[in-house]
Design a protein around this ligand. Sequence first.
Ligand SMILES: Nc1ncnc2c1ncn2[C@@H]1O[C@H](COP(=O)(O)OP(=O)(O)O)[C@@H](O)[C@H]1O
Ligand SMILES: O=C(O)C1=C[C@@H](OP(=O)(O)O)[C@@H](O)[C@H](O)C1
Ligand SMILES: [Mg+2]
Length: 160
Amino acid sequence: MGAGKTTVAGLLAEAWGVSVRDTDHDVERAEGRTISDIFVDSGEAEFRRLEREAVAAALASHDGVLALGGGAVLDPGTRELLAGHEVVFLRVGLADAVKRVGLGTSRPLLLGNVRGQIKALLDERTPIYESVATLVVDTDGRTPEDVAGDIDATLTRNRS
Ligand SMILES: Nc1ncnc2c1ncn2[C@@H]1O[C@H](COP(=O)(O)OP(=O)(O)O)[C@@H](O)[C@H]1O
Ligand SMILES: O=C(O)C1=C[C@@H](OP(=O)(O)O)[C@@H](O)[C@H](O)C1
Ligand SMILES: [Mg+2]
């Protein structure tokens, strides 16, 4: 969270002239309720199931850039769906992530102790992100435009 997935996905789609989707938005639209409400009323396990469905639907119908939520790859079924796709891990350190997510209430896993929660999630998840990613890009101290430009250049170079 706060790595810039939603922001950078939009910039990349714009640069490539393709469409962008974000599984968080897709889940909220499909459910007619916010992610916070889904976590509170149905729990994280149900959110991960809805998120997996959103990833499956997007990968089946959408030809463009897809932003995932930061916990999507915790689900083994979602990881299987991503196999064979280019998956970019936007790496962010604790300080930049805390600055970026602020004290908003839209990310239920960060409520209460933003810094502590982000630290725990980074420790727990970094190995999973590294194992799923086909490309890792550092984002600390960089603008979203710079990060998107880096991904564009690397993927373009890898294809030629
Ligand atoms: N490289 C960056 N530098 C500074 N701020 C950023 C960067 N990337 C994203 N942001 C800002 O951080 C916040 C979270 O970005 P977002 O794209 O929603 O991250 P994610 O989807 O990974 O949680 C937004 O306010 C966004 O404008
Ligand atoms: O890391 C997570 O578990 C989550 C990240 C959020 O998306 P962003 O990473 O886009 O903030 C959103 O899916 C939900 O609040 C849970
Ligand atoms: Mg996002």
